[in-house]
Design a protein around this ligand. Structure first.
Ligand code: ME8
Length: 504
């Protein structure tokens, strides 16, 4: 079994922000989870370095596009490990191997008869690098995303015969109802297709910053075709001396936000069909992180810096907050206040406390030694089928629902402590057996949720599993009763409450 997950490749026209971190974190959770299931996983992220957004930003700064790309690609590359993202490769579209692959695939598309020369005229947003259809333009001739005035552009171009794929795309959507998830996004993509597809420019003549068109050196490829092909090209050179394409293509999941839905759900499958390549299994479209009600983006300037957030709270806390606060697939507001609230009430008070009180009681009452035997059936019933439900949610990229399944058990374990009151049992030597049962059930429950939380909170769960003396984290060890704890070690608070105060 192979699982191949991608994030969009991010524009290097500015520095990374929390929105980029969000998709990378989500992809990482899926990658880690599938590794836990013993699958061969490949997780790709990277940077989109060509085209007008980058050329214009470089021009404004008085530097060459390559210089700006080098500078910001470095920052995006550095962001991944800070998020604890376990990407297997970081692609840059200025990699010569990527450029060669783009030329190869798009030449094939031309050889297959899907490219012709013509004149394009339309309203163009240089920030989106996108021509807008008449019904997508805001009053005042403004880009609906960037609120800047659109340019009327006319160019001699090579065109991609997108309209040829009208029928094929409609059939594809009829046959593969889970191609685009969630359902609302599937409907949106299908509605766009049904509204009638027009051919789109494949190349740009006026721009120099791009992959050269091999059959006409006056042109570079339109940045979106160059960019989309990263998902395919990366596999051919990510491992030196090895081509992973046969093993890993097509992608299992492309994760994107809704701003780039049309490119991924219409252009991309059409392009792959034109190149006779297999189509991805799923495109999952998540929502926007909103601050004060508006999408965060570099161009709007209201950016929350993920580097600063991580420095203050740690990557696990950021990962948890984003996936817990905003239902994955929907828009949702984020703020420092709600972040601090979740950190304190859920990470510190619920999970952190559960871990420290469980380990603390075993140390106090049993010198850290766990007993063997049956688990409490009352608790076991509430854990029944948990790993399977988490897997089923993650199979559909329902990351917030998966996290919630686990978190309900974190809360259940805290209630179990209150219900059983081990401190009372400990006072009565006649109830030693009962105390043992409670402590080992609690420990095993803690171990089970910790294994399942690993994909979300890799750093703190590894520390916790270490303290539990149960480092095994494959999914086969996730069920209650599937592990074995003998002795626990004391552990410093997983989510110290003064983490905020110390830095604030
Ligand atoms: O579009 N909320 O790059 P980009 C949630 N290079 N996600 C957000 C977000 C927000 N406020 N802001 C950004 C491009 N994102 C192209 C992609 S792919 C072949 C080429 C995330 O730097 C989200 O994943 O503008 C969104 O789709 C992506 O960043 C856009 O990144």
């Amino acid at each position: 079994m192979a699982f191949y997950v991608t994030t969009p490749i991010y524009y290097v026209n500015a520095e990374p922000h929390l929105g980029h971190a969000y998709t990378t974190i989500a992809a990482d959770v899926m990658a880690r989870h599938h590794r836990q299931r013993g699958e061969e996983v490949f997780f790709l992220t990277g940077t989109d370095e060509h085209g007008e957004p980058v050329a214009d930003a470089a021009h404004a700064l008085g530097v060459e596009p390559q210089e700006l790309a080098d500078r910001n690609a470095k920052r995006f590359k550095a962001l991944a490990p800070q998020l604890s993202a376990s990407n297997d490769f970081f692609i840059r579209t200025t990699d010569p191997q990527h450029e060669a692959k783009v030329q190869e695939v798009l030449t094939k598309v031309r050889d297959n008869g899907f490219v012709y020369e013509g004149t394009y005229e339309g309203w163009y947003c240089p920030r989106c690098a996108d021509f807008k259809a008449e019904n997508e333009i805001d009053p005042g001739n403004l880009c609906p995303i960037h609120h800047i005035e659109l340019n009327r552009e006319q160019e001699q171009n090579y065109f991609f015969r997108l309209s040829d794929f009208q029928g094929a795309l409609e059939r594809l959507y009829a046959e593969r109802e889970d191609l685009v998830l969630p359902r609302t996004r599937y409907n949106e993509a299908l509605a766009f297709i049904r509204s009638g597809l027009r051919d789109v420019p494949l190349t740009r003549q006026r721009l120099r910053w791009g992959v050269q068109v091999p059959w006409d050196h006056d042109h570079v490829f339109y940045v979106w075709f160059d960019a989309l092909l990263n998902y395919y090209s990366a596999l051919s050179y990510a491992r030196e001396g090895e081509d992973l394409t046969d093993r890993l293509w097509p992608a299992s999941y492309h994760l994107i936000a809704k701003d780039i839905l049309r490119f991924h759900t219409v252009y991309w499958p059409a392009l792959l069909m034109a190149a006779e390549l297999e189509l991805p299994e799923h495109v999952f479209v998540h929502g926007y992180l909103l601050m004060d009600g508006e999408k965060m983006s570099k161009s709007l300037g209201n950016v929350l810096d993920p580097f600063a957030v991580i420095a203050r709270f740690g990557a696990d806390a950021l990962r948890f907050y984003l996936l817990r606060e905003v239902p994955f697939g929907q828009d949702g507001s984020v703020s420092t206040a709600s972040f601090e609230l979740r950190y304190e009430s859920e990470l510190a008070n619920e999970l952190g406390n559960l871990a420290s009180r469980t380990i603390g009681m075993l140390s106090r009452y049993r010198e850290g030694l766990a007993s063997t035997g049956e688990l409490d059936p009352v608790l076991a019933a509430d854990f029944d089928g948990l790993p399977e439900r988490v897997c089923a949610h993650i199979d559909r990229a329902e990351l917030t629902l998966a996290l919630d399944e686990i978190w309900q058990r974190v809360r259940r374990l805290n209630r179990y402590v209150e219900e059983c009151a081990p401190w009372t049992l400990a006072k009565d030597p006649e109830r030693a057996g009962e105390l043992d049962l409670v402590l080992r059930s609690l420990l095993e429950g803690l171990r089970s949720v910790t294994v399942l939380l690993w994909a979300f909170l890799p750093t703190s769960t590894e520390r916790l599993l270490e303290a539990l003396g149960a480092p095994e984290r494959s999914i086969t060890h996730a069920a209650l009763g599937a592990g074995r704890i003998e002795r626990v070690a004391e552990i410093a608070p997983l989510f110290p409450k003064d983490a905020q105060a110390a830095e604030a």
